[in-house]
Design a protein around this ligand. Structure first.
Ligand SMILES: Nc1ncnc2c1ncn2[C@@H]1O[C@H](COP(=O)(O)OP(=O)(O)OP(=O)(O)O)[C@@H](O)[C@H]1O
Ligand SMILES: [Mg+2]
Length: 431
């Protein structure tokens, strides 16, 4: 009997008790299970419905479930993009009293996709590069806070669209360790793990005929090393210059902001004679545009989406002569007159396709292409109806996939313009 079941959870949802914990996870009836695309893993992971949400359940050992739960909680507190831990369930027994594995429960990350579900037939080199770039940003962020991952790979990462790029989230923290700071050796170690794992994952895809012939797994996987190093250097490197070039301090700060990072502290040192200045950004934090957008509008978007939305806000400010007005007031006006009407105009049945901020970004892009094509300024409303009919309608849902049968399923969708539109054609689903 499941009387001794023990649930550890910060935000205990009583509905957790209604799930069939007395059954091994692979025997749970379909009614509980949410069929969503999932990455490859050693442990059994399944998605289930809970109070109108979807949760991910991983069967593992007691010790590992507890450890990963605590680690994910710490990472969440440190603002690292990762899955949200909900509970650890131990002391499971089946109907005859035999012990069952403990589980880690995390919230399913909405609109996220494992890399294998991000494309349809074949992975293109530019998509692969964008995945690797996103993973490099995540790895740098983890290293900045002193987290050694130990198992960096595409399979241990979830991706969300971010205005033409991707944002990467850590999904598997099992092997991770948090230190006061990482040595160069530790960072290099993680980077090497990343390179080797990514090369292996891409070669696997290649063996299955799932990569474009232009894609070279070695070149792409080496790309993470280059992307990581340049970002790390920009974020943490010291810089010396002549004291007459003090503007270079601002330049450095601007560059970091453009990359989406904020500086918590900048150490500035001058030499004895005051001839040279040396600066060293101390602690950097990602999400510069994200935070600004949140502060101004209350919208919670990804970094590149936020940058895109803020650009549109800037052009609104210029176009309607709002320069010099209170920034928050203008932002509120833009939200009410531009952003919200667009989102409200999306037919209800199409709302699960993409996140609102991503829809808005794609709409701006669509309008730009239309305007180029027709050599005129296409009004937003006109671009919107064209976007809904020719692009959005033909995408597959990314919020959730509603109760498809198990196994592989095919969405017979025509491919239409746009970036990764081809991905909508066919994809594999593991349940
Ligand atoms: N909260 C979540 N939201 C979305 N997907 C999830 C979530 N948790 C797990 N997954 C999916 O399940 C897969 C396996 O999870 P995870 O990597 O934690 O398992 P694992 O068995 O520890 O993996 P490994 O083989 O690397 O040890 C992930 O790749 C991801 O696709
Ligand atoms: Mg994993």
């Amino acid at each position: 009997m499941a009387t001794s079941l023990s649930i550890t959870s910060a935000t205990a949802d009583p509905a957790l008790l209604d799930l069939p914990w007395q059954l091994p996870l692979d025997e749970w009836p379909d009614e509980y299970i949410a069929a969503l695309p999932k990455g490859i893993s050693r442990h059994l992971v399944r998605f289930a419905h809970l109070s109108g949400h979807v949760i991910a359940i991983k069967e593992t050992t007691d010790e590992m479930a507890k450890r990963e739960y605590e680690m994910l909680r710490t990472l969440q507190r440190l603002d690292v993009p990762c899955v949200d831990p909900l509970a650890v369930i131990t002391n499971r027994t089946d109907a005859s009293g035999d012990p069952l594995n403990s589980v880690l429960v995390t919230r399913h990350l909405k609109f996220s996709l494992p890399y294998r579900a991000l494309f349809s037939q074949q992975l293109r080199p530019d998509t692969a590069t964008r995945l690797v770039d996103a993973l490099a940003v995540l790895l740098v962020r983890l290293h900045v806070i002193g987290f050694f991952w130990g198992d960096v790979s595409l399979s241990n990462t979830l991706f969300r669209r971010d205005a033409g790029a991707f944002a990467a989230y850590l999904v598997d923290a099992e092997t991770g360790q948090l230190y006061d700071g990482l040595s160069n050796g530790q960072r290099e170690n993680d980077l090497e793990i990343a390179r080797v794992n990514i090369a292996g994952e891409l070669m696997d895809l290649e063996a299955g005929g799932r990569v474009d012939e232009e894609l070279d797994p070695i070149t792409v996987s080496n790309g993470i090393v280059a992307a990581y190093r340049s970002l790390w250097k920009e974020l943490t490197g010291a810089e010396s210059f002549n004291s007459s070039e003090r503007w270079r301090i601002n330049e450095r700060v601007d560059r970091l902001n453009d990359l989406g990072f904020d500086i918590e502290e900048l150490a500035i040192k001058t030499t004895e004679g005051g001839t040279t200045v040396r600066i060293q950004p101390k602690v950097v934090d990602a999400g510069h545009h994200q935070r600004r957008l949140l502060r101004l509008t209350g919208l919670d978007a990804q970094e590149n989406q936020a940058r895109r939305l803020l650009n549109d806000l800037d052009s609104y400010t210029a176009k309607y002569g709002r320069k010099g007005y209170d920034e928050e007031m203008v932002a509120h006006e833009w939200l009410a007159k531009v952003f919200e009407p667009v989102i409200r105009a999306i037919p209800r049945d199409l709302r699960g396709k993409l996140e609102p901020a991503e829809v808005f970004h794609q709409l701006l892009e669509h309008r730009w292409f239309m305007s180029q094509d027709q050599s005129r300024d296409v009004p937003l409303a006109e671009a919107l109806s064209s976007y809904i009919d020719t692009v959005l309608r033909h995408r597959r849902d990314e919020a959730t996939v509603i109760d498809p049968p198990t196994g592989t399923f095919t969405l017979p969708i025509p491919t239409q313009g746009g970036d990764d539109a081809g991905e909508a054609a066919d994809w594999r689903l593991t349940v």
